[in-house]
Design a protein around this ligand. Structure first.
Ligand SMILES: [Zn+2]
Length: 241
């Protein structure tokens, strides 16, 4: 009998160890900000619910989270929070998950025969860390060399904002912006640098308030050191934050 009890205890402890181990792995993966793919991982049924239905469902779930935390939702200040959060998630923070919201890129003929790189720098962006659901924010610098057609300047900004409005990791955000620009510009010659401050690094975990993260995407001519250096000079990105 005693032996059996011990065996049960060992099995329970084993199970506990397994649970603790997987918790550790989950925590570490989040803190290391490991991304798994270039495309945002989404389910096939992502758009079965309408935005309005998503807002109603998220509101209910967020209300549960606040209730579990012990917050009094009859308080005037808190009453509207679940709905506000739900609307903010669907209509703002995560609106870039829906391809219907992708900016339409209008191209113009390069009538003035401009041949140099065009740099749009210091594009501010706010996005959400997909591991902690807190913001990370910074500046994007993008450059391209036209292939006979040019794009409206505000479109460069809109493309950055579209991909920022998703749960993200910085590496994926950088690549998604770079690849989208290559696609709409019909040119490989695209460069993107992102410099951002992560709230999940600044305010929790390692609590480093001064570090920033820099990521880059270089396509086509920007793999050439000369072009890269020219881009760096225009951007002067170490001074941008
Ligand atoms: Zn994070």
């Amino acid at each position: 009998m005693k032996q059996k009890e011990t065996l049960v205890n060992i099995q329970l402890n084993d199970l506990k160890n397994k649970i603790e181990l997987s918790d550790v792995v989950i925590d570490e993966m989040g803190n290391e900000h490991i991304s798994t793919s270039i495309d945002t991982p989404m389910r096939n049924d992502a758009f079965v619910l309408t935005d309005a239905e998503k807002i109603v469902a998220i509101e209910k779930h967020f209300e549960s989270i606040m209730n579990i935390l012990g917050l009094d939702l009859t308080d005037d200040s808190l009453r509207g929070t679940p709905k506000r959060v739900a609307k903010m998630y669907v209509q703002e923070f995560f609106s870039g998950l829906n391809p219907a919201n992708k900016p339409k890129a209008t191209m113009f003929e390069n009538k003035y025969g401009y041949k140099e790189m065009l740099v749009e720098k210091n594009i501010s962006f706010y996005t959400t860390c997909e591991h902690h659901f807190v913001p990370f924010a910074g500046k994007a610098h993008v450059a391209y060399i036209n292939n006979g057609q040019v794009i409206g300047l505000s479109k460069l900004n809109r493309i950055v904002q579209y991909f920022a409005k998703r749960p993200q990791v910085q590496e994926r955000l950088t690549i998604q912006i770079g690849k989208e620009l290559q696609s709409v510009l019909n040119s490989d010659d695209v460069a993107v640098i992102l410099e951002a401050k992560h709230l999940c690094v600044a305010s929790r975990g390692i609590k480093d308030d001064t570090s920033t993260t820099v990521t880059a995407f270089y396509g086509g001519a920007f793999n050439n050191e000369e072009k890269k250096t020219e881009f760096f000079k225009y951007v002067d990105f170490t001074l941008s934050m």
